[in-house]
Design a protein around this ligand. Sequence first.
Ligand code: ZN
Length: 510
Amino acid sequence: MRSLRFIAAGALVSHPQLALQSLDGMAHNLYPLLFKASYLLERVEVVRAVLGRWPAEEFPLGALLGPSGDHPEDLRDRACRACLEACVRGLADHALQGGRHRRLRVADLTGIQDVQVQRCPCGRALGKWGRTRLLAKTCCALQAEPLGAGRPVQVLADLFVTEGNFEVVAQALRPAGRAPLRVQCPSLRADSLSPRQLLQLLRLAGPGSLRSLAVVHNVRLHAGHVRDLLRVGLPQLASLTLPTKAFDTPPAWAPNPDAEDALLTSIAGELGQMSRLTELGVAFSRLTGKVPKLLGPLRTPLRALDLANCALNHADMAFLADCVHAAHLEVLDLSGHHLADLYPATFFRLLGRAAQTLRVLTLEDCGFTDSHVSMLVLGLSPCHQLRELKFLGNPLSARALRRLFVALCELPELRCVEFPVPRDCYPEGAPYPQDELAMSKFDQQKYDEIAQELRAVLLRADRGDIQVSTPLFGSFDPDIQETSSELGGFLLQAFKTALENFSRALKQAE
Ligand SMILES: [Zn+2]
């Protein structure tokens, strides 16, 4: 329930002129309330003015928008464009002024969640990439202004950098002189950058304090780049995601198993230096037989591990099942491996050891058929912490799914299940794994009927709290959504370059 104080703050900010006139005479402890009320009601002139006059040394955006005694609602999933722009403008106003208003030392702009549907009145989001660009542009504009008295304001922000905002971010992170706003970056996501740009960005972003680094999609790294990247020194890093094929041998190298081995040892050694690393994502890298060498030297048990489509072999699975990480895993992705056919004993041993901690399990395209369902039920039944289970792309019939769903009802924490289109909905003998075209050609009416039956299984067990879906082309990803046009352009350019190279090679051959 909203407190009387919050209701009064809402009434005041609904009259922006009055609110702006009253701000200077307002008790400092009311500013957080005024900020949340003006953000909720999208009174952007008040948002800006409150931040411009912020009376405390810290401005923690996430905490201010989170639930509080005065207003229990959580506004952190409102990446409202108008309000966030007002925040950054207010921050710039604050940084430019001297005198008694200049109290702020640290503005922490992290903690915003990007979601598919904006609940705010304007309904327009400013995603992580857009927030990064806006902040960087503001910092650069302020660098041209004469710096008032006092120290610069440190701004903590999760950055998302691509070719499209690289230059302005680099300039913001590397001010030529004194700058009123200094960006610090606890988490960095990089896409559509060259390895050289990535390395430059990492050095500018302050690798010493970086806690999360995600290098994704259109950053073409090979194992040599990964080693150079880690050698920059990332002592605080807790989460590392590397792009597809990041463990490939550098193309200039002649095939040399000893040299490749030395490179992997060197990468593993760097990872072993990180005393806080608990999340590692290396999906779509060919790691056959390399997992023991890669994960063996880690000093801390991993909580999240993504090894999807890594072409793991029996030795890799055996290592995983027996390693120290197994008993700490909360998030595990082993998609793209035929677990029940190739290494059933080791996979189920791994599942058994992770059962006490596992919250999110992804097993897409793992070749699970009806004959594996008993085994799956047995393996999943001790996973009492499991919250999300994703197993799209497995050739399971409606009958097998019904059996599995009956067992899933017994998992008390389960809230989200992504299940495959039942095999019965595809033409007889359709092959697996499926490509996107084959996957999309199914009997929709039959699917709807079966999905309805599966939901009924849950409802009969009083488990309406479990959300089930079949997101055939992946779940919503706000970061990809925001940069899809740049990503598409980058891919087209890469395709064009490849065609030009091919045609040049053809001409030379003639
Ligand atoms: Zn809005």
